[in-house]
Design a binder for this molecule. Structure first.
Ligand code: PMP
Length: 285
């Protein structure tokens, strides 16, 4: 991804894509002091753009690295990057990190916090699984307790076990992995939240140990508006067998049907199809 044409916004300037670099002693590279966002621009408008900028600032605060950019400045940076790259339909990746500077060690209060924004074209996150239903592995890694990590932050450090889980899943021919949390409850996939359907009602894990996705919140609102009951609750592994439908939600994943988790099978049913279509219409409206 580093060798291509285009522009990346870095600390207020648009730089050539190939020149958007950091020093090897960047604090974030050593100690994971990095927070980011994933957004999608549809027809020239970023869906829930301000919510994403606010979450980025909140993630920074949770990691004791307040961003030196306001929501308005982040919004302007995203617009400028899209414009410079001539894209109206794109994935948008703002990232903030603690850089290199006076300190080289765990504590590095004096090192500056940086912000960059990159945008690129990204189609269906799960390829044709969007239509057939994705096949998910079950990860051996558990989402940690809120006393172990700031789970509400979209922070790089939280993704170490996600990358390992997804690599293991792909090695088995799966698209992704479902993760349990530290208590053994169903949590989410490695970059998307999860929903289940049973007898016309929807069940989704309570986001008390993982990211409460913006897409997740949007989809819950859409379901309730349709008059569908949504239960946000703790879900035990033994319940998987009783669910008829399943889908994932996320900015990149949008609404992706799930056909299989480990040995459990799900149908790509009517509600899954409806909510996927409704979501596509909404983001482009
Ligand atoms: N969980 C994880 C771990 C994620 O990386 C994402 C993607 N940001 C989500 C859930 C979904 O969040 P959102 O709907 O805000 O994109």
């Amino acid at each position: 991804y580093d060798d291509r044409d285009g522009f990346i916004w870095m600390d207020g300037k648009l730089v050539n894509w190939r020149d958007a670099k950091v020093h090897i002693l960047t604090h974030a590279l050593h100690y994971a002091s990095s927070v980011f966002e994933g957004e999608r621009c549809y027809n020239g408008k970023i869906f829930k753009s301000v919510e994403h900028s606010e979450r980025l600032r909140k993630s920074g605060e949770l990691l004791d690295m307040p961003l030196p950019f306001s929501v308005a400045e982040i919004e302007a940076a995203k617009e400028a990057t899209l414009k410079a790259n001539g894209l109206t339909d794109a994935y948008v990746r703002p990232i903030a990190w603690r850089g290199s500077g006076e300190d080289m060690g765990v504590a590095a209060k004096r090192n500056p916090i940086h912000l960059a924004v990159a945008v690129w074209t990204w189609g269906n996150y799960y390829g044709d699984a969007k239509f057939k239903g994705a096949k998910l592995d079950i990860s051996k890694w558990k989402r940690p307790s809120p006393e172990t990590i700031p789970h509400a932050a979209k922070a790089a450090g939280l993704y170490m076990i996600c990358t390992m889980s997804k690599h293991a899943a792909e090695a088995k021919g799966c698209s992704d992995a479902m993760m349990f949390d530290y208590r053994g409850y169903v949590a989410e996939a490695t970059g998307a939240n999860i929903f289940f359907v049973k007898d016309g009602e929807v069940h989704t894990p309570l986001p008390d140990a993982f990211l409460n996705g913006i897409t997740r919140q949007t989809v819950i609102g859409m379901l309730r508006e349709k008059g569908i009951t949504v239960h946000e609750r703790h879900i035990l592994p033994g319940e998987l067998e009783g669910f008829q439908q399943c889908w994932l939600t996320g900015t990149a994943a949008e609404v992706t049907p799930v056909g299989q988790i480990g040995d459990y099978n799900f149908e790509v049913g009517q509600l899954t199809k409806d909510i996927s279509t409704d979501y596509e219409k909404m983001v482009r409206a």
